[in-house]
Design a protein. Structure first.
Length: 233
């Protein structure tokens, strides 16, 4: 076998092994029995990291976002979603799940790891919003530079930076991100951001306009017999 053929053989073999490894990782995540529209509790599969819930835990009205931190659309809509979630925090529960798309957004998973690592120090939502608001700071970085940006954010929130860095690259955080995406695939997420209100996928024409999103939420609150926020009454 000549040198060129050896190179091709090695490249193909490495690619096959990488694909096998990815398939193996995914095959360990069995979400067949998971109820995608309810809060995911901590388990071995998700690294013992439960869903991040903002608002009224246990509410009969649940809004779920599947997002990619490097997705421009996710970043631009986040302030509006945050405002709505804040307004309805006493009525609904808002859940964020990771759905990184590495082929399009190579830094999305690292950003997700930063948010999850911050969550292990009870600062998930603070880091979540910081990462979205500052996409231009880190989206084109790689390696140490990217990590340094996220560590800087962590220190802004007075987190233990050493623990934060360790957690970013931990098996637990990796499992949480992979589990979120597996749940998203089961929910038939096909783009980011995607929003589900009590299990029903919302059109972009709804979640893209605060007034229409509130109308949809109000309808679900009325069905559940939950009083609307005073500002809506």
């Amino acid at each position: 076998m000549n040198k060129t053929r050896w190179i091709i053989f090695i490249v193909v073999t490495i690619g096959a092994l990488a694909s096998l490894a990815i398939f193996s990782d995914n095959s360990k995540i069995n979400v067949e029995k998971a109820e995608v529209n309810i809060v995911q509790t901590a388990s071995k599969q998700n690294g013992n990291i439960a869903d991040h819930v903002f608002g009224k835990v246990g509410s009969k009205v649940t809004l779920i976002e599947y997002g990619d931190y490097q997705c421009p659309g996710c970043g631009s809509i986040n302030p509006s979603i945050v405002a709505v979630a804040e307004q309805y925090k006493d009525q609904i529960q808002f859940i964020f799940r990771n759905f990184p798309l590495p082929d399009s957004h190579p830094n999305a998973k690292a950003a997700a790891a930063a948010a999850e690592a911050a969550g292990l120090q009870n600062k998930f939502w603070e880091m979540h919003n910081k990462i979205y608001a500052n996409q231009s700071d880190w989206e084109n970085l790689s390696g140490t530079e990217r990590t340094n940006i996220f560590v800087k954010y962590a220190t802004d929130f007075d987190l233990d930076s050493s623990k934060f860095k360790t957690d970013m690259s931990s098996v637990a955080v990796n499992n949480k991100i992979n589990y979120d995406k597996a749940i998203g695939i089961k929910a038939e997420v096909d783009s980011t951001p995607s929003y589900y209100l009590n299990g029903v996928k919302l059109e972009s024409s709804v979640w893209g306009e605060s007034a229409k999103l509130k109308e949809a939420i109000n309808a679900e609150l009325n069905k559940a017999g939950i009083a609307l926020p005073q500002s809506n009454e």
